[in-house]
Design a protein around this ligand. Structure first.
Ligand SMILES: [Fe+2]
Length: 188
């Protein structure tokens, strides 16, 4: 089979000596639209922001000796990197070399409660962004709409997860260190 292919290419080259081995012919390759690329690039920035937010949160929790929360946020940080990688792979698969946006990498925290509220806001904003993007492109790019399904579902799950943690915070006195530690031991 390989020989057959080689012979065919060689005979085509002999018949068309000026043609390259891989002639530029046939339909042009499909590329994502600029609109979709811009959307995906904005979300790529958001995923990297989320990564750095959780990375900083993990560091802060580790320093404070909230061991379970530190492990939890480390996993979150790694997941966000995978989300960012997935967006880039999708663009590359459709012949776009992603431009990686620069983002804020420094986040300062004063309490575990503050981290949880910050994470909730971040995940909620990202859920809204993926939903809005998906509605806009539904009529023009179904392939990307389908690709974003897992991102919409992931965001929904994250919002629910942090919503639950916030509800659990209502069960304790947030100013009582021992109760916050009990919260951390129970819910992370
Ligand atoms: Fe994410």
């Amino acid at each position: 089979m390989a020989n057959e292919f080689k012979n065919r290419i060689f005979s085509e080259m002999k018949n068309n000596p000026n043609e390259n081995l891989r002639p530029q012919r046939g339909p042009k390759l499909y590329k994502l639209s600029d609109k979709v690329v811009n959307m995906l690039t904005d979300r790529l920035a958001d995923e990297y922001v989320a990564h750095y937010f959780y990375r900083n949160a993990a560091n802060w929790c580790g320093d404070m000796n909230y061991k379970k929360a530190a492990a939890f946020f480390t996993t979150e940080a790694n997941n966000e990197l995978q989300h960012a990688e997935g967006l880039q792979k999708y663009m590359v698969d459709f012949n776009i070399i992603p431009e990686i946006p620069s983002v804020d990498t420094v986040f300062n925290f004063n309490s575990l409660v503050e981290i949880i509220y910050g994470a909730y806001d971040l995940e909620l904003d990202l859920m809204k962004a993926y939903n809005r993007d998906s509605q806009i492109i539904l009529g023009e790019d179904i392939a990307t709409f389908d690709f974003l399904t897992k991102y919409r579902e992931g965001q929904r799950d994250s919002v629910v997860e942090y919503n639950d943690l916030i509800n659990a915070l209502d069960l304790i006195d947030r100013n009582d260190k021992f109760q916050v530690l009990y919260f951390e031991q129970t819910y992370f």
